[in-house]
Design a protein. Sequence first.
Length: 137
Amino acid sequence: MRVVGVGLDAADVGRVARALARAGFEERVFTEGERAYCRSRGVPEEHFAARFAAKEAVAKALGTGVLALGLKSIEVLGSAPPRLRLSGRAREVAEERGVKEWFLSLTTEAGLALALAVAVGDAPSGGASEPGAGGGL
């Protein structure tokens, strides 16, 4: 097993709170389970922001943009520890990249939500993730 990809993202909690006030944003971006979880928390906008950052971090770990995967195809479950459930295009890309397991960390501090996603698995043969392949610094 090896690290297949790492993604890091930050989301401004205030910006996410303003987006949540717009009609349809919450339903377009978050699964029903994510919405129920966040709405049950003391400061829902922090939890929504952390999940938004997680979706971006997962897409980065997979080497794609989140819109190419579909926001709702990346679902964050629970919080201690947070877990991922991928579906649709996100699941397909993860399988293509040989991802077998995810590690996810979420936190909020000073109006920011941060997410770190680490994809672990078997690197596909012939890819840039093989030792010595690709152009590092």
